[in-house]
Design a protein. Structure first.
Length: 271
């Protein structure tokens, strides 16, 4: 019977192919053992050591070494560090023991700065346009040509005896309509010279115009009769015509105009 010591000596002094075969055998054994360990459920014993210790021991035996205490696998308990841990949550944010998040320290309110009642207030910002100083003057109101009253020794005389106003002066009617019965007397409102006495084709019918001097004129339209002639001088209150309804007219009345410096003005300013 061969001596076992001589067999071991021969294996230790074997050639390269023999050693390669030995190493391949060991690696194959490790792979098979790993597959078996992965398919086998691991359990814990009372000391917290899993079946990984048996796996380590098997590897050690395959290598011909004893199981070393330093190679013992240990499972550390991680209880209380899961998703529901009161100390650490998924975002690694600290939690209080009751599970609530700690309150952030309140930001102190800014201290109001006292206002000095004797301080000089800052000037208002200047109104400036973009790119250049605003030197445009304030807009001026449009100039309206308004007739100025002519200095006289008294107001105008009411031109129609017993007449009453049927239409006032306005933008669409630059005169004062004074209604009266046909034939009523029309008098000169102020002393002056007759410049027109007769028919006009502008719708005024029989018309009398009197120049009173100083830029003032009076005009009487729609007359039923004319009692004066051009160039005649009349005094205030003198009868010059009779009320009628000539030209463009709807009833007996006098269309009374007051012209000052070439502008038709409101007769009520002078009556």
């Amino acid at each position: 019977m061969p001596d076992p010591r001589q067999l071991v000596r021969r294996i230790g002094q074997s050639t390269l192919p023999t050693r390669v075969f030995a190493h391949v055998s060991v690696v194959s054994l490790v792979v098979v053992t790993s597959l078996v360990a992965l398919t086998t459920p691991q359990g814990h014993d009372g000391a917290g050591v899993t079946s990984d210790a048996a796996f380590i021991a098997l590897i050690s035996q395959a290598r011909g070494a004893a199981v070393s205490p330093e190679l013992t696998a240990t499972n550390y308990q991680t209880a209380g560090l899961g998703d529901n841990s009161p100390a650490i949550d998924r975002g690694m944010r600290p939690r209080l023991p009751d599970g609530s998040a700690p309150q952030e320290p309140a930001t102190p309110a800014p201290t109001p700065v006292p206002i000095d009642p004797d301080a000089t207030p800052l000037p208002a910002p200047a109104d400036r346009s973009i790119g250049s100083a605003n030197t445009q003057a304030a807009p001026q109101a449009p100039t309206v040509r308004v007739a100025q009253p002519v200095p006289t020794d008294g107001a105008l005389v009411w031109p129609v005896v017993g007449g009453s106003i049927s239409q006032y002066y306005h933008a669409g009617h630059l005169a004062l309509d004074i209604a009266a019965s046909s034939g009523s007397t029309v008098v000169a409102a102020k002393a002056g010279t007759v410049t027109w006495a007769g028919w006009r084709n502008n719708g005024g019918g029989f018309v009398i115009a009197v120049d009173h001097g100083g830029g003032m004129q009076t005009v009487y339209n729609h007359l039923g009769s004319v009692w004066v002639q051009v160039g005649q001088y009349v005094v205030a209150g003198q009868g010059i015509a009779g009320v009628g309804c000539t030209g463009t007219c709807t009833g007996p009345h006098v269309h009374f105009e007051v012209i000052v410096n070439g502008v038709i003005d409101n007769p009520l300013r002078y009556l």
